[in-house]
Design a protein around this ligand. Structure first.
Ligand code: G4P
Length: 532
């Protein structure tokens, strides 16, 4: 293998998804410890006090000076070069969270063993399923009382519609947690709580070892034997092809806080998760080999500069093939011209590291004076490529917005359009209507506050905002020339609107109203994602 291929093949790029508090930060921190990127557990602390606009990783960046952006972190483990994409939870949750998944090649889903599948996991999971990327499950907090592991598997399978393959199996939980049984190696890794966040001593014992009764107790030993027999007989077989397509999730039990089961998880995960995946060129329908010499990348996220003195933005790009070098020229497909990727490599101006080179699989931030849009492609070489756009995700909060001072119409339109271009909000209007009064849709409710604040401070526009009772949105996929929305049989509180690209949508106040629309209009085709 040449150097380029070597570099690319050792990369693993994945997103960690979880419902807030399941243990995503703690698990990531343990990964970083193993990779030597941080020296001590607890280094990622303080996030609860930090402001919402600042992602967890900024703290690590400051402390370690490692090359990361506010939502991507890179570290080395053994010969692997690992890119972890953060998917912010809590009120930071926004459309960006979904978009981040477009840049990942696989996902790690962290589940709290006492809670099972929770709301936010479900939403993010849907996006992974749409992309058919591998999903690995880490059932966390086994040192606390957990739900029955069979029930957890059943819940993952029925609620998320994915098969599961437990790679290891827990022995007890909470105070009784004794460790896990490794189904492949057929031995037990025992757990000894040592308190605090230090590495837990793990001893490996064979299932038939007579000392086992004294190690885990007779009761747990016999439960384990029954569980394993049941699992071997009734659960799905391990099938790497199904894992690759996101149809079967390998499941691991452990405890991130006490560092139990984390390294085996990381090792197995890195072994099973794919090298940078080939992306499809929508011009030819062909896959673009990540290891080819020509560089290609797409923009999946744009972040306004947090420093108000600079109006510039940071565009995050996922490299899909070849190598990026600072100062290189690339063709910006959507603008139809060559641009120099020079200044752009400095991430977030002040304290970011400058990336000199990066390879397929990596994610870097480009300085953006306002030329990029989400979904844009950059490439080099004679043959241009163009990656399919990033889908738009269904917002869940809606508000009617109008400007207070109608003399400032220009600023209002400009501000709304620029903020929409960054992907923070989606704008809708009455079918055939103008921009005097618009409906704004956001994934996280905080985005409405951010919109009001930014229009005011950056564009000097004051707005009136009225929250609307809609909770769901669906794109209408039927042909606009032949399918008239006026003929639809809908609940009285359902509203038809169009987006800025002229796509037609329906706004609903409940799931029930969606089902009504579907059952009363047989040929109506609705989609949860726009413009895939
Ligand atoms: P998140 O990023 O998914 O939101 O979760 P985070 O890692 O911040 O973990 C949420 C809480 O759960 C934290 O406690 C953390 O210490 C705890 N936790 C994570 N993994 C485990 C585990 O394996 N076992 C147990 N028992 N607890 C775990 P906190 O008290 O909310 O915060 P902190 O003050 O300790 O940071």
């Amino acid at each position: 293998m040449g150097k380029l291929e070597d570099e690319i093949k050792r990369r693993r790029t994945f997103a960690i998804i979880s419902h807030p508090d399941a243990g995503k930060t703690t698990l990531t921190e343990k990964f970083l410890l193993y990779g030597g990127a941080i020296a001590q557990a607890g280094a990622v602390k303080g996030k609860k006090n930090s402001r919402h606009a600042v992602s967890d990783w900024m703290e690590i960046e400051k402390q370690r000076g490692i090359s990361v952006t506010s939502s991507v972190m890179q570290f080395q483990y053994k010969n692997y070069c690992i890119n972890i994409l953060d998917t912010p939870g809590h009120q930071d949750f926004s459309e960006d969270t979904y978009r981040t998944l477009m840049a990942a090649d696989s996902a790690v889903m962290v589940i709290d063993a006492s809670k099972g599948v929770e709301n936010q996991t479900r939403k993010l999971f849907k996006v992974c399923v749409m992309r058919h990327i591998p999903i690995f499950t880490f059932v966390n907090k086994m040192d606390r009382e957990s739900r029955n592991p069979f029930d957890l598997m059943e819940q993952i399978e029925s609620e998320l519609g994915i098969q599961t393959y437990p790679v290891n199996w827990p022995i007890g939980s909470g105070k009784e947690f004794k460790g896990v049984y490794d189904r492949d190696k057929k031995h037990i890794i025992s757990f000894e709580a040592s308190g605090g966040q230090h590495q837990v001593a793990a001893t490996e014992v064979d299932l038939s070892d007579p000392s086992l009764d004294s190690l885990i107790g007779e009761d747990l030993h016999s439960t384990l034997c029954d569980d394993i027999e049941l699992l071997d007989g009734a659960s799905y077989e391990f099938d790497i092809e199904k894992v690759r397509k996101g149809e079967l999730s390998p499941v691991f039990f452990g405890s991130a806080l006490t560092n139990f089961g984390v390294e085996p998880f990381l090792e197995n995960f890195l072994r099973l998760t794919p090298t940078p995946l080939a992306r499809v060129d929508s011009l030819t329908g062909e896959s673009v080999d990540p290891c080819r010499d020509e560089f290609s990348a797409f923009i999946f996220k744009i972040q306004a500069n947090m420093n108000k003195a600079h109006r510039d933005r940071i565009a995050f790009m996922r490299i899909c093939s070849g190598k990026f070098e600072r100062g290189m020229e690339a063709y910006h497909v959507q603008e139809g011209k060559n641009i120099k990727l020079a200044t752009g490599t400095q991430l977030m101006a002040q304290d970011r590291a400058i990336v000199d080179e990066a390879y397929a699989g990596d994610i870097i931030g480009l300085f953006d004076p306002g030329i990029f849009s989400i979904g844009d492609t950059l490439c080099t070489g004679k043959k241009k490529v163009e990656f399919a756009g990033i889908p738009t995700f269904s917002p869940e909060h809606f508000a009617r917005i109008e400007q207070k001072d109608t003399m400032k119409r220009k600023q209002f339109v400009k501000g709304m359009e620029q903020i929409a271009q960054e992907g923070a909000i989606q704008i809708f209007r009455e079918v055939g209507g103008g921009m005097e009064e618009v409906v704004v849709g956001v994934v996280g409710v905080l985005q409405l506050e951010v919109l009001e604040y930014r229009l005011n401070t950056e564009y000097n526009v004051e707005i009136r905002m009225q929250q609307l009772p809609f909770e769901q949105l669906r794109w209408v996929k039927n042909d606009p020339d032949t399918y008239n929305l006026r003929d639809l049989d809908l609940t009285s509180d359902t509203k038809a609107v169009e987006d800025m690209k002229g796509n037609r949508l329906l706004l609903f106040t409940s799931d029930w109203a969606i089902r009504w629309a579907e059952t009363h209009n047989e040929t109506l085709e609705l989609s949860e994602f726009g413009n895939i």
